[in-house]
Design a protein around this ligand. Structure first.
Ligand SMILES: *Cc1c(COP(=O)(O)O)cnc(C)c1O
Ligand SMILES: [Zn+2]
Length: 414
C-alpha cells in the first residue's frame, strides 16, 4: 500500500530501514528524508485516489510512509478548498489567483495533515509519550491527534503564542508549558541533544515523517486544477516543512508523469525575522540568526533562524526558480482584510503570501499570466486579537423595531 522504501540522511547519505522511530541520522546528526520506489506507484494513482473510500489526505496513501497494517489516526484532514480569487488577483496583477484554504482543517491550520501522519506512524511503532514545541498551531494539532491515539502529549509553547491558541491546546488535552528562550538556536540545540539521547520529537524536519504529509498539497492542488500544475506556489515559511513538503510532492507528480512541469516556489516570512529571505538575497548556503521574533504579528512563522540552516527551504525556492520575500506587518494586516473579501479568514502568518505578491511580481518570479496558488495555512479565528485589530468598527446601534431595521436596510437611516 505504501511505496516508501527507507530513510536517507541529507548530509552523509546513510540509509536507514523503517523499523521504528527514527529521528535524526545516528551517524552524523543530519536530517532524514523518506525515499520511495516511484516505479511501484500504481499507474492509475490519480484514478485510485479519486475513487478511494478513504477520506481527505489518506486517499494518497501509496505515497505516504505508513506501513499498510498501521491504523490511521484521522480527524478528516485534507481535501481543503481551492478558492478562485480573480478580482483580488486582478487587483494584485495576477488574475489567475487561487487560494488553498487550509484554515478549514480540523484544528484550524495546515498542521493537521502532518500530525495525522506523524501520530499514526508513531502510534504504530508503539510510542506512548511524545512532545513538540510550538507557536500554537502545531501544539493544537499535536494535542488533537495524541488525544485520538491515546498518546500522552506535552507541548512547549513559545512565549509569543497567543492565549486563544494556548487555550485550544489545553482543550485538546495536552500538557502545556510556556517556553523561555532568547533565540531559536537555543531551541534547536536543546532539541538536537534530546533527540540524541533518544527522545522522539514531533518538531518539523527533526521528525522525518511529519512534512511528508505536506506533499498532499501538490496532489490536491493539481487534482483541483484538473491535473494542471500551477506556475507559482506561494507558501509562508517557519521551519520550512510546509514548502519543502509541497515541493517534494510536485516533484513526485512530475516524476510520475502526472504533471508536465514544476511550479516556482516562493517562501514568505515577516520582515522582523526573515532568515530565509536574508540567506536567499545574500546567496548564502545556510540561514544565520537574524531579527526579532517579538516584532511581528505573524507569530506562527516568527523564528530568527531555521532548523539545519534552512537548507531544504533554500533548495525548494532556488531549485524551482522561485524566491523568498519578507513582508511588513502593515501589509500583512491589509492582506488579512483582502482575504476576507474573498471569503477566507486567514491569521497573519497565513496571509503573508498575499502581502508578498507585489514584491514577487517586481522580482520577476511571478508574471501576469501565471496561475498562482497561495496557501492560507491557518484561520484568523485562533488569533482573535488580530481580528479585532483588522476589522472596522461596527456601523452603529439600532433598536430592534421594524421601522429602524427598514430605514437601515433601505439606506435612509444612519
Ligand atoms: C506552522 C505554520 C506555518 C509555517 O510552517 P513551517 O512548516 O514551519 O514552515 C505557517 N503558517 C501557519 C499558520 C503555521 O501554523
Ligand atoms: Zn548522516
Amino acid at each position: 500500500m505504501t511505496t516508501a522504501t527507507a530513510l536517507v540522511c541529507d548530509d552523509c547519505a546513510t540509509v536507514f530501514p523503517f523499523e521504528g522511530l527514527a529521528t535524526l541520522c545516528t551517524a552524523c546528526g543530519g536530517l532524514l528524508e523518506v525515499t520511495y520506489d516511484l516505479g511501484a506507484v500504481p499507474r492509475d494513482f490519480r484514478e485510485r485516489a479519486a475513487a478511494s473510500r478513504e477520506e481527505g489526505m489518506w486517499r494518497w496513501r501509496a505515497l505516504l510512509p505508513l506501513p499498510p497494517e498501521a491504523r490511521i489516526v484521522s480527524l478528516g484532514e485534507g481535501n481543503t478548498p481551492l478558492v478562485a480569487a480573480p478580482a483580488l488577483g486582478a487587483r494584485l496583477g495576477v488574475p489567475k489567483l487561487y487560494i488553498k484554504n487550509d484554515g478549514v482543517m480540523p484544528t484550524g491550520s495546515f498542521k493537521d495533515r502532518g500530525f495525522s501522519l506523524a501520530i499514526s506512524y508513531a502510534h504504530h511503532y508503539g510510542l506512548t509519550r511524545g512532545y513538540t514545541y510550538s507557536s500554537g498551531n502545531a501544539g493544537a494539532s499535536f494535542a488533537a491527534y495524541c488525544g485520538r491515539a491515546g498518546i500522552d502529549g506535552t507541548v512547549f509553547v513559545e512565549y509569543i503564542a497567543n492565549d486563544a491558541k494556548v487555550a485550544a491546546i489545553q482543550m485538546l488535552g495536552a500538557k502545556v508549558f510556556r517556553l523561555r528562550y532568547t533565540s531559536s538556536v537555543e531551541i534547536f540545540d536543546t532539541l538536537t541533544e534530546l533527540t540524541r539521547a533518544g527522545e522522539y520529537t514531533f518538531v518539523n524536519f527533526i521528525n522525518p515523517i511529519r512534512h511528508e504529509a505536506m506533499k498532499v498539497y501538490a496532489y490536491e492542488i493539481c487534482e483541483s486544477l484538473g491535473w494542471r500544475c500551477p506556475d507559482v506556489m506561494i507558501h509562508p515559511v517557519g521551519t520550512g516543512g510546509g514548502i519543502w513538503g509541497a515541493w517534494k510532492g510536485f516533484q513526485e507528480l512530475h516524476s510520475l508523469g502526472l504533471i508536465d512541469r514544476l511550479p516556482r516556489m516562493i517562501g514568505v516570512q515577516p520582515e522582523a525575522c526573515a532568515p530565509l529571505e536574508h540567506a536567499f538575497q545574500n546567496h548564502l548556503d545556510e540561514t544565520v540568526p537574524i531579527g526579532d521574533v517579538t516584532r511581528t504579528i505573524a507569530q506562527s512563522i516568527a523564528g530568527d533562524d531555521m532548523i539545519a540552516g534552512g537548507r531544504r527551504a533554500l533548495r525548494a525556492v532556488r531549485d524551482s526558480g522561485g524566491g523568498a520575500v519578507a513582508v511588513s506587518d502593515d501589509d500583512v494586516l491589509d492582506a488579512v482584510r483582502d482575504l476576507g473579501t474573498v471569503g477566507v479568514l486567514a491569521e497573519p502568518s497565513a496571509a503573508v503570501g498575499i502581502a508578498a505578491l507585489t514584491a514577487a511580481r517586481a522580482h520577476g518570479w511571478v508574471h501576469e499570466d501565471d496561475l498562482v496558488v497561495d496557501v492560507v495555512t491557518g484561520t484568523l479565528l485562533k488569533q482573535t486579537e488580530t481580528a479585532l485589530q483588522a476589522a472596522p468598527a461596527v456601523r452603529g446601534t439600532v433598536r430592534a423595531t421594524v421601522a429602524e431595521f427598514r430605514s437601515i436596510i433601505e439606506g435612509t437611516g444612519d
